[in-house]
Design a protein. Structure first.
Length: 219
């Protein structure tokens, strides 16, 4: 019977990617998959495809607000000390220098971090519709920097295309920005945006016109 036939290597990879996303692997198998994700971009694309496919399952669960840690951080940076006893001039100078060091350290910690580097530009510099892709080492973020969203009843869909491979959807650009977890920004791969029916391509491949595309470059 056909049910007893062994899976092909590609089918085995697809099944392993699905089990990883569902969280049903043992600790040893999950660790092996995470190590493979760092080097196998094709397998990483399969994992990402399963994450996008199963993402709607999270819609039934409300977001959990993050704890407010600012008061605890401020308490550690600026502790309320008891009124000090009278100290000689040297003691006051040392205290002032310590306070200055604390303030400088807080400014450095709270200063906004530099944005991740641009790894791809989708569209020409003077194009009416243009996107920028940035990679921070963990996530690939694509932002529409020129132009507007798709017309009513349609949506812009982001695809990643390995050389000589079929496009894989990274998600829908329903707002200005789409961020997806990605192990690396594979140089030489193409990012493209197509216009699809509302809800995304019904076939798993681009069906509408490609309105912007660009090749990922080395960091």
């Amino acid at each position: 019977m056909t049910d007893d036939l062994p899976l092909s290597p590609l089918d085995e990879d697809d099944a392993l990617a699905a089990e990883y996303v569902l969280g049903v692997l043992s600790l040893a198998d999950r660790s092996a998959v995470e190590a493979r994700l760092k080097n196998d971009t094709a397998f990483a694309a399969r994992v990402l495809a399963w994450e996008n496919r199963l993402a709607p399952l999270n819609d039934d669960y409300a977001d959990v607000p993050a704890p407010d840690l600012l008061p605890r951080i401020e308490a550690r940076l600026f502790p309320v000390a008891a009124k000090p006893a009278r100290r000689p001039l040297f003691g006051w100078l040392a205290g002032a220098l310590t306070a200055a060091a604390v303030v400088i350290g807080a400014v450095v910690l709270l200063a906004p971090a530099a944005p991740p580097p641009i790894v791809a530009t989708l569209g020409e510099t003077d194009a009416s519709l243009r996107f920028e892709a940035r990679f921070d080492g963990q996530a690939l973020t694509v932002t529409r920097v020129a132009g507007s969203a798709a017309p009513a009843g349609q949506v812009q869909q982001l695809w990643i295309i390995a050389p000589d491979a079929a496009p894989v959807s990274l998600g829908l650009l329903e707002g200005e920005t789409l961020a997806v977890i990605y192990p690396e920004a594979p140089a030489g791969w193409t990012l493209a945006v197509s216009v699809e029916p509302e809800g995304g391509s019904p076939t798993g491949a681009p069906t509408g016109p490609v309105v912007a595309a660009g090749v990922i470059t080395d960091l």
